[in-house]
Design a protein around this ligand. Structure first.
Ligand code: 16G
Ligand code: ZN
Length: 545
């Protein structure tokens, strides 16, 4: 049949087993054409099942340029429902076209997907700047269109969060072009700038410029375009990839955060100024401060600190809302923050001291996002810089209603300004997924609102020294954890040994977990000194080995 013919165009490489994992399929790009075709089929089926537009993003994020990958965006713009992941694995690894067809038929029946060809099926495709993107896009398109009536719409070269944003907008019946994305971000940014208390508009010790490392990827170029629409902020982009630099090679948020070193093209000339770094597909953001000449240690202002800044600002706005005891108050908007075990202990202490509810989930955006969605305002961040702020539908509805009343009346009270600010934040910060571009604009406007330099921000709390190690093991799945990956349940005895070791160090904290993206077990240790954190990590690594 027609299907079999198109499916036999690409067959998986023998001996390679792919897994959807924490964030989609990732591998050397040469292994991926068959995977892309099959994920295209999956996306079209998902669109049929949900009667919504689905996204398919081709990227390998912070991994090397010769790698590539693919992940699906669900109708809300979030990650593919976890309940479909096993099907994704089965499809990707089906050895023959016949096998593939059988799996599809079985799944279609099990999920009750109607293949009557009447419903509209549409998949939006995006890709980052990797050279393999074009060919993989072609393979994915063949997969999508092998389902009768399905439309594959190429949205071009995009950041991952842009594609997620577009999928969400389309399914809400809103305009969803790249220009619409830029317009929404820039207009909500302008709105927030306009609401900055007048006494704070001019302040000392703060550069109006932010210098951004674009990881030689898609984010730098997009940020330049976005920057043209902003006049209250100067964004200088380096490592935009336009000058021949290699994607993620000595640049990017993952490199800066893990190695705690300066990315290429940053040096002592930049000492003290506000710097930021994006990852290869611009869904991660970290800030950093270049040390004065002669010192090599950078000050990393990571996802935990971005979360803390956002939490402070939002908590302040909520307190303005509740100042006046009137019946129009939202019944206690619930603010929650979500972290993983990798969050620096000092950040967790700080957030708790603010009186906030701090929640923990396993590593991986899909888990944090799901938890954050339980609150009226949920802020989640991984230390590596992936995160966002989610607003509940009911809270947005309330803000909009209040805002409509305000538009016709005065706009002087802090309570009224808080309504407008929160509404603008909900439009600025990507509601679908963590987005370095929208995150950067929110950081910038909050710093201006507070009248803070990056140094002042960095002083919110002092990170405890920490160390991360990875241990190559025969079988990483032998390590099973619980309690947001903080406790090992198997192999037996390992957790007791970790506890005994950790107890030797003041402020010691340590956990091990199997990686979701690499064949290793990861070790994280924290203690009151760097030496102690290093020793603790090394001792525990030996226990795992
Ligand atoms: C993926 C996750 C990231 C997580 C990382 C952990 C998404 C979009 N990305 O990159 O959130 O921090 O995996 O990797 O969910 P690991 O399991 O190898 O430590
Ligand atoms: Zn990324």
């Amino acid at each position: 049949s027609l299907l079999l013919k198109s499916y036999s165009r690409f067959l998986p490489t023998q001996g390679v087993k792919l897994s959807y994992g924490t964030a989609g399929f990732r591998a050397d790009a040469s292994l991926l054409p068959s995977t892309l075709c099959r994920v295209g089929i999956l996306a079209a089926l998902r669109s049929l099942k949900t009667t919504s537009v689905i996204g398919l993003m081709i990227t390998a994020s912070h991994n090397k340029v010769s790698d590539n990958g693919v992940k699906i965006a669900d109708p809300s713009g979030g990650m593919l429902s976890q309940h479909w992941e096993p099907f994704a694995d089965a499809l990707a690894n089906a050895p023959s076209p016949q096998h593939l067809l059988m799996l599809i038929n079985e799944f279609v029946e099990k999920e009750g997907i109607s293949m009557d060809g009447v419903r509209p099926v549409e998949v939006l495709l995006g890709r980052d700047t990797r050279p393999s993107g074009d060919a993989l896009l072609h393979a994915a398109t063949l997969g999508v269109t092998s389902i009768v009536g399905a439309v594959a719409t190429d949205m071009g070269i995009l950041t991952t969060p842009q594609l997620h944003w577009m999928v969400r907008a389309r399914n809400k019946g809103l305009r969803a072009s790249e220009q619409d994305y830029f317009d929404q971000l820039s207009s909500s940014f302008r709105c927030l700038m306009g609401l900055i208390p007048t006494e704070k508009r001019k302040f000392d010790g703060m550069d109006e410029k932010v210098v951004v490392d674009g990881a030689n990827g898609v984010g730098g170029v997009k940020l330049k375009d976005l920057g043209k629409l902003l006049n209250a902020l100067v964004i200088e982009v380096r490592n935009s990839g336009e000058d021949g630099g290699v994607l993620n090679d000595g640049v990017g948020a993952d490199y800066v955060q893990k190695e705690k070193v300066l990315p290429y093209s940053f040096g002592s000339k930049d000492a003290g100024i506000r710097c930021a770094s994006l990852d290869g597909d611009a869904d991660r953001l970290v800030y950093f401060i270049v040390p004065p000449e002669g010192s090599s240690k950078i000050d990393l202002v990571d996802g935990d600190k971005i979360l803390s800044l956002f939490a402070l600002f939002i908590r302040e706005q909520l307190s303005f809302l509740n100042e006046k005891e009137d019946e129009k108050n939202y019944q206690q908007a619930r603010l929650g923050v979500v972290q993983t075990a990798y969050a620096n202990g000092a950040s967790t202490n700080y957030l708790k001291q603010l009186g906030l509810e701090v929640n923990f989930t396993p590593t991986g955006v899909k888990y944090l996002h799901e938890k954050a969605a339980e609150f009226d305002i949920g802020i989640y961040f991984e230390a590596n810089g992936h995160g966002t702020v989610l607003f509940s539908e009911s809270f947005i509805g309330w803000l909009e209603a209040r805002n409509n009343e305000i538009s016709s009346g005065s706009k002087d009270s802090e309570g009224e300004k808080a309504v407008m600010r929160l509404l603008a934040v909900s439009k600025l910060i990507n509601q679908a997924v963590g987005d370095a571009l929208s995150g950067l604009l929110l950081v910038e406007v909050i710093l201006q609102h507070m009248g803070w330099s990056i140094h002042r921000w960095n002083e919110l709390y002092h990170d405890l020294p920490s160390r991360q190690l990875k241990v190559k093991v025969a079988d990483r799945t032998a390590v099973i954890t619980t309690n947001a990956e903080t406790v090992v349940v198997s192999p037996p005895g390992l957790q007791e040994a970790i506890n005994a070791e950790t107890a030797k160090y003041p402020q010691g904290r340590c956990f091990v977990r199997p990686s979701g993206t690499e064949d290793v077990v990861r070790v994280y240790a924290e203690a009151s000194t760097q030496e102690a954190a290093d020793t603790l990590a090394n001792c525990v690594a030996k226990l795992v080995d």
